[in-house]
Design a protein around this ligand. Structure first.
Ligand SMILES: Nc1ncnc2c1ncn2[C@@H]1O[C@H](COP(=O)(O)OP(=O)(O)OP(=O)(O)O)[C@@H](O)[C@H]1O
Ligand SMILES: [Mg+2]
Length: 288
């Protein structure tokens, strides 16, 4: 009996049962600001942790559309990106794109990475195995480092954007918004006294959890905190420091405490509450 022919072939090759018609190869999205969703292009380790929020769009037919730039930074630019299926689900995400794959001159490099390798065994295993992710971490690439920190903090229940995926130097994460607008940075917000006090409580609680797990943000300030309505969200985590493994871990923690306390004091929070030495000792007392 002769094999049936695949509709697109004229030869007598038998049907490949694993064949999936790749409509993407024939039908490019129309606009220069669009691409096919990259969700299925990246390996599983480069997709966000489970349980995945139900707003994450994973359809093969989804298209990514650039909505514009949110902010240019020294090492990275942040864009808004919509991932949507025609007539189906859609989501707006923040796309943080690091400028280059070569971060050897990154100013935060040396002091921050000390003591990093080896502590996280999964990270060490990945580096040893030479996976894409492992190579990125070993090379000190900051997109990979921020991905790692976001996943770790998310898993601990910390208020950070959900990390959706990493593809090379592009990190896609939850867009932190209020009423359909990008949440302002804490530095640009004008919280009422009650909200100010609540933000400080939230921050102290998040810092306590981080300290207990040996995680120091390393660049914490009112510029790397977003005021999302009642909620405070911590962002910008590529330089996360190991409290114990890094010889300067304690210095970084104290500096983080000083930065945030100075801001809260300047906005009128009771200086006995927003006191860096008190905060620093409280954090260490709950951690050890
Ligand atoms: N997930 C997000 N949701 C909403 N806005 C975001 C998000 N991530 C980043 N932003 C916006 O983009 C800005 C820059 O992001 P981030 O601080 O992570 O990058 P950066 O390159 O370190 O920038 P900078 O050099 O200004 O610190 C943030 O201050 C914030 O306004
Ligand atoms: Mg920043």
């Amino acid at each position: 009996m002769s094999s049936p022919l695949h509709p697109l072939t004229t030869s007598t090759d038998p049907i490949d049962p694993t064949f999936v018609f790749d409509f993407r190869a024939y039908d490019e999205p129309d606009s220069a600001d669009q691409r096919w969703s990259t969700w299925w292009d990246v390996e599983a380790l480069c997709r966000g942790p489970e349980p995945r929020p139900d707003w994450v769009v994973t359809d093969r037919a989804a298209v990514d559309t650039e909505l514009g730039i949110l902010k240019t930074g020294k090492e990275a630019d942040v864009f808004l990106l919509e991932r949507a299926v025609d007539g189906g689900p859609s989501v707006v995400m923040a796309a943080k794109r690091y400028r280059s794959t070569d971060h050897r001159n990154f100013h935060r490099n040396a002091a921050y990475t000390e003591g990093r390798r080896g502590r996280d065994t999964r990270e060490a295993r990945a580096a040893a195995k030479g996976t894409t992710f492992g190579r990125a971490v070993a090379a000190g690439q900051w997109a990979g480092a921020e991905w790692q920190s976001l996943k770790r903090c998310w898993a601990l229940g910390l208020p950070v954007p959900y990390p959706v995926q990493i593809d090379g130097t592009e990190l896609l994460m939850e867009w932190v918004s209020v009423d359909g607008e990008t949440a302002p940075r804490l530095a640009q917000s004008r919280p009422s006294p009650a909200v100010l006090a609540s933000y400080f409580d939230q921050l102290r609680e998040a810092m306590a959890t981080m300290t207990q797990h040996g995680i120091v943000h390393g660049d914490l300030s009112a510029y790397n905190l977003l005021a999302a309505g009642d909620r405070l969200v911590i962002i910008d985590l590529p330089q996360v420091v190991d409290l114990v493994g890094n010889p300067q871990g304690m210095d970084f923690l104290l500096r983080d405490c000083a930065n945030v306390c100075a801001w809260f004091r300047s906005k009128g929070l009771d200086p006995r509450l927003a006191d860096e030495q008190a905060l620093f000792s409280d954090l260490l007392a709950t951690a050890f």
